[in-house]
Design a protein around this ligand. Sequence first.
Ligand code: APR
Length: 230
Amino acid sequence: MKKKKIVVITGAGISAESGLKTFRDSDGLWEGYNIEDVATPRAWKKDPELVLQFYNLRRKNVLDAKPNAAHTGLAALEKDFDVHIITQNIDDLHERAGSTKVLHLHGQILKMRSEKNERLVYDITGNINIGDRAEDGAQLRPHIVWFEEPVPMIEEAIAIAGDAEYFVVVGTSLVVYPAAGLLHYAPYGIPKFIIDKKIPYTSAVQDITVIEKPATEGVRMLAELLKGSK
Ligand code: APR
């Protein structure tokens, strides 16, 4: 029998219990940095060293972190459902937890690319330094979608969302577009769930089952609710 399709949108909140800081839980500062100073093309132009230093540290934090019960709980749903994860996170915790269909909307910290050609992408676990070059001779930069840059994976994400049979949102403040808009592409009338320790405002909230809990507990409750609907 064909498994039913669950689409899950995740944000920084799902990795919080793995020790990775969210973006907006501390006054718009991210690990003490202003987002505009480290995550925009302007920042890269102005002070590439600072940007590299910032992401080198993020990479180390990610490698030191482990998937938590929310990541593994979503991976376990694959036994009974066709689970598609669309994440705004740049960490690889969904993959390490065992999820097999993960789309990264905002890039991946364990990849780097040529600053001139976004198709020249390489795996990386160490640091990127000034002077490290891609095959085309251009400086390497993190494979991250910065603010003010286009989001190349959004079309694919919209297509995935469009034929969901269940829709789940976990740990995102739903303020960054186009990711936040994906909720509006979910088919009308399908069961929808939102899990967050502090539920954000969304205009689609009327027909959503709200689970106001930390992600680990929330995903466990979701799995219970889905039992019997496979
Ligand atoms: N469990 C569940 N939710 C949590 C937890 C937790 N343990 N801790 C925090 N949250 C929730 C917060 O209540 C908030 O709604 O996670 C959300 C985190 O929101 P943001 O920090 O804004 O992260 P996110 O939505 O992923 O940000 C989107 O912004 O800076 C950019 O590109 C970056 O992908 C990122 C995008």
